[in-house]
Ligand binder design. Structure first.
Ligand SMILES: Cc1cc2nc3c(=O)[nH]c(=O)nc-3n(C[C@H](O)[C@H](O)[C@H](O)COP(=O)(O)OP(=O)(O)OC[C@H]3O[C@@H](n4cnc5c(N)ncnc54)[C@H](O)[C@@H]3O)c2cc1C
Length: 451
């Protein structure tokens, strides 16, 4: 047993956290003087690019999650929710609930990769009534909601209510929004044959985007191609359109004018719907915003080596870290690709720091972007090439299946995709019992007990 082991604690079991853990395990595989600890609120890695396919019932829920314990080798894993981080005392506190002990964990080195949550830009009515697509639970809820709307509309004689039930609105034209719109349309069209009273023309899927184009980050040509194809498949895209309110029944929106002087008089419109899916932006989780780290727009400011400047033993990566692209002088968009690249770099720099070697500056060049847009179509810019249509769709599938770390899950996803080629989607609507969320429970919360 090695005395005075140094402890590296990684917060967040998403793309950044898991990749960093795996790299650190490799660097320190023969070093018994280093203990690695990973903390995350879920005990699985969620494969977010496939969430829209779960929402559309193409993939089974468990097939897009990888249990963390099956990926890590010599790391200690804690399933727990981080309450706060004390970078002066070098302690991470976990919430105590009626089911879980609230413990404090000491660290010598820390990697923060707590990701992001949906940003409603202060619109509490939207937050209350809209659906989101960020977690596995969100995807399952959306699928059930879509099927429920078909069930209700099928026997609804009131034409106004019927229309509102069959309008599905996705806010945000980034890849989460576009992929969700494409997949939901596919689900609706596939399921419709079991609802003989619903005609094709009654089903409407809208995408609302505040920018002048969908899919920012893609070339204009690819974004326009995707726009044309989505429109051809019956999806109505409203550009330069900002949501102003949603009460669960009606979305109010306004046109964003190029000329700021006519802003106030800009055209206002409404859509009656029971289903709004909000994908219009992300913001770092509250644990980060409340932390003692310096933040900008909620993200932790890091230096060229991904270290938090005031605390050199702390690194921040992924959606919760602010790293500016030197060419555009704007923060890099939050992607899994960036989180993984930063995870590799942070692990390397942490290893260098511990072994007294020179750290390397983080440099990033995106390998490209890909999105699937429904009906076996996609768009991709990959190593400088622009690809669209079925080839982009096939490329998306190849790339993402190869990114799943375990073979059993790869096979399950492949099987789901194959079954989807030959059979209709399952339209059983599953009900989930709403379980009250755990409240903080003081008796078990032995916060002075440092592990
Ligand atoms: C629908 C959708 C589609 C997407 N498609 C793509 C795509 O095609 N390509 C792409 O590159 N990117 C895509 N993204 C973006 C990508 O998922 C994120 O950029 C990426 O997950 C960021 O990695 P991360 O490690 O920073 O955060 P995450 O992967 O979000 O991981 C954060 C982890 O921290 C945990 N956590 C958060 N708060 C706490 C807490 N207080 N205590 C304990 N644990 C906590 C979370 O449970 C999570 O496990 C998509 C995102 C969504 C939602």
């Amino acid at each position: 047993m090695v005395k005075n082991k140094k402890k590296i604690v990684i917060l967040g079991g998403g793309y950044g956290g898991v990749e960093c853990t795996r790299k650190l395990e490799k660097y320190f595989r023969k070093d018994d003087g280093i203990e690695i600890v990973l903390i995350s609120e879920d005990n699985f890695l969620l494969f977010t690019p496939m969430l829209p396919q779960v929402a559309a019932g193409m993939l089974a829920t468990r097939h897009i999650v990888m249990p963390i314990r099956t990926i890590i080798k010599k790391t200690t894993f804690y399933e727990g929710r981080v309450k706060n981080i004390d970078p002066y005392g070098k302690i991470v506190n976990l919430w105590g609930t009626n089911e879980k002990r609230g413990v404090s964990i000491h660290y010598d080195f820390l990697v923060v990769s707590l990701g992001s949550e949906t940003n409603f830009f202060g619109m509490s009515d939207v937050e209350k009534h809209a659906y989101t697509i960020k977690t596995l639970n969100d995807a399952m809820t959306i699928r059930n909601r879509v099927i429920d709307m078909l069930e209700q509309a099928e026997n609804e004689p009131n034409p106004i209510l019927r229309r509102s039930l069959l309008n599905f609105v996705i806010v945000g034209g980034g890849f989460a929004g576009i992929e969700t719109a494409g997949e939901i349309m596919d689900l609706l069209l596939d399921a419709r044959k079991y609802y003989p009273n619903i005609s094709r023309d009654e089903i409407k899927v809208f995408v609302l985007e505040a920018l002048p184009n969908i899919l920012p980050g893609f070339s204009e040509k690819l974004a326009k191609f995707a726009h044309r194809l989505l429109t051809k498949n019956g999806i109505e895209i409203k550009l330069k359109t900002a949501v102003t309110s949603f009460d669960g029944y009606e979305i109010m929106m306004k046109k964003i004018e190029d000329n700021p002087e006519i802003k106030e008089n800009s055209e206002r419109e409404a859509i009656q719907t029971r289903t709004m899916i909000w994908t219009a932006g992300v913001t770092p989780v509250n644990t980060i915003k409340r932390s003692m780290f310096k933040t900008e727009r909620g993200k932790i400011i890091v230096n060229d080596f991904l270290e938090v400047a005031e605390f050199p033993e702390v690194f921040a990566i992924g959606d919760c870290a602010l790293f500016v692209d030197p060419t555009t002088e704007r923060p890099f968009p939050p992607t899994a690709q960036l989180a993984e690249a930063q995870a590799k770099s942070a692990a390397h720099n942490l290893y260098s720091l511990i072994t007294n070697q020179k750290m390397k500056k983080f440099e990033y060049k995106s390998k490209g972007q890909m999105a699937i847009i429904g009906k076996r179509n996609g768009v991709a810019s990959f190593f400088g090439m622009n690809i669209s249509g079925i080839w982009a769709w096939a490329l998306w599938r190849n790339v993402y299946i190869s990114k799943i770390p375990k073979w059993d899950k790869r096979l399950r996803v492949l099987l789901d995709w194959t079954i989807d080629l030959f059979f209709d989607r399952d339209i059983s609507r599953l009900k989930f019992a709403d379980k009250e969320t755990s409240k903080e429970y003081k008796v078990l919360d032995e916060v002075d007990d440092v592990w």
